[in-house]
Design a protein around this ligand. Structure first.
Ligand code: PLP
Ligand code: SF4
Length: 322
C-alpha cells in the first residue's frame, strides 16, 4: 500500500476529479497519500478537510518572516544520532526517516534525516541504557510503524530490556492512514513488553476515522496499549467548534482519548495553516462548554527551551467571542 501511494499532485487531483487551482505540481516536499486515506476524501470537494492536509499549495513557497526550517531547534536537542532529549525523563528516538503520508503542515518536513537518521541506533541505545534518569522512550520519526515488524520487534525488545525504562511510547499516524499496518506480528510484540505502552495517534478530523481505524485501535488496545491522540489546529481543517467536538467524540467512540491540540509550529512552507491564538483560545472555551472534561485536549505550543509543551490557557468567557 505504501509503494502504491499517490505520489504526485497531478495524480491526486485527477483521482479526486479536482481542478489544479492553486495546487503546486512540483513541491519540494513531495506528495504521498496511501489508498485508505485517499478513500476518505470526498471527490470534487476542494475544501475537504483531509485533502487540505495532503495537497501542496503554491503558498508553501512564500518566504514568511518568523518562519524557519528548524522552528523547534531540534538540531540543539540531539544527544546522539537520532536521539533527541528536551524534557525530563523522556527521550525521543527518530526510528525511521519515512512517513506513510506527507502532511503539508509537518514541522519535521525539513528535518535532516540523512545526518540524524536511524542508520545506527546502537549509540542511542547505549546512551539510554546508561542514563537512569530516563523512564520513557518515545519512538517517533518519520513514522516508526513504517519500519518492518522484525526491525520494530528487535528495537522494542532492546528498549524493554533496559530496567529503568518503564514506558515506551509510539507516535504514529499509520493505524489511521493504513489501518492494515496493525499486524498480528506487531500486536504480538506489544504483548511481550514489560513496559507500559502508549500509542499516540495523530488524527485531525473526524472524517479520518472509519470502521477500519476502529478495528485497528481495538486490536492495539487489546494488546495493552493506552491510546491517545494528538491533533494540530489547522486553518480550514479543524478550526471550528463543530469539527473539534466531532473529532473528540469520534476518537472516544473508537477508544482513543484526546491528549494534545497543538498550535502549528512556525515552519517554512506552513504559514497558510496558522490559526490566531485568540481564536484557538475561544475554540477551547467553546469546546469546554460542550464536552465532558476528559474529551477536551490540552491546547499547547512548543517553545524551544521550555521544559515541556507550553499550555495555552484560556478563559471560559472567551467562548462569547465566537
Ligand atoms: C513533544 C516532545 C516530547 C513529548 O512531550 P510530552 O509532553 O511528554 O508529550 C518528548 N520529547 C521531545 C523532543 C518532544 O518534542
Ligand atoms: S506523519 Fe507526522 S512526521 Fe510524517 S509528515 Fe505527517 S506530521 Fe510529519
Amino acid at each position: 500500500m505504501l509503494r502504491e501511494s499517490v505520489r504526485t499532485t497531478a495524480d491526486l487531483l485527477a483521482y479526486l476529479q479536482l481542478p489544479s487551482g492553486s495546487a503546486d505540481v512540483e513541491p519540494t516536499f513531495p506528495v504521498r497519500v496511501p489508498a485508505p486515506y485517499l478513500s476518505r476524501i470526498r471527490p470534487g470537494d476542494t475544501a475537504d478537510p483531509l485533502l487540505l492536509q495532503v495537497l501542496p499549495q503554491m503558498r508553501e513557497r512564500d518566504a514568511m518572516p518568523g518562519y524557519v526550517t528548524d522552528a523547534l531547534d531540534e538540531g540543539n536537542a540531539l544527544r546522539a544520532p537520532g536521539l533527541l532529549q528536551k524534557y525530563n525523563g523522556r527521550c525521543l528516538l527518530i526510528t525511521t526517516p519515512a512517513c506513510a503520508v506527507h502532511c503539508r503542515y509537518c514541522f519535521r518536513r525539513h528535518f535532516p534525516y540523512e545526518e540524524h537518521g536511524p542508520a545506527n541506533h546502537d549509540q542511542a541505545l547505549s546512551l539510554i541504557a546508561a542514563d537512569t534518569s530516563l523512564e520513557e522512550v518515545i519512538l517517533s520519526g518519520g513514522d516508526p510503524l513504517v519500519a518492518d515488524d522484525r526491525t520494530l520487534e528487535r528495537l522494542l525488545q532492546r528498549l524493554d530490556a533496559i530496567p529503568h525504562i518503564r514506558r515506551i511510547r509510539i507516535h504514529t499516524r499509520l493505524p489511521v492512514v493504513i489501518p492494515e499496518r496493525v499486524t498480528g506480528a506487531f500486536l504480538d510484540t506489544l504483548r511481550t513488553l514489560q513496559a507500559r505502552t502508549v500509542l499516540v495517534v495523530h488524527v485531525n478530523h473526524a472524517n479520518e476515522l472509519d470502521a477500519a481505524t476502529q478495528r485497528a485501535f481495538a486490536c492495539l488496545a487489546g494488546a495493552g496499549a493506552t491510546l491517545l491522540n494528538q491533533a494540530v489546529l489547522l486553518q480550514g481543517v479543524n478550526d471550528d467548534v463543530e469539527a473539534l467536538a466531532n473529532l473528540c467524540e469520534g476518537l472516544f467512540e473508537q477508544g482513543v482519548l484526546p491528549y494534545y491540540l497543538h498550535m502549528p509550529d512556525r515552519v517554512t512552507g506552513t504559514h497558510h495553516f496558522d490559526v490566531p491564538q485568540e481564536k484557538a483560545a475561544a475554540l477551547m472555551a467553546a469546546l469546554h462548554a460542550r464536552l465532558p472534561g476528559y474529551l477536551v485536549p490540552q491546547l499547547v505550543r512548543e517553545i524551544p527551551g521550555d521544559r515541556g509543551k507550553r499550555p495555552i490557557y484560556w478563559a471560559t468567557e472567551g467562548a462569547e467571542a465566537l
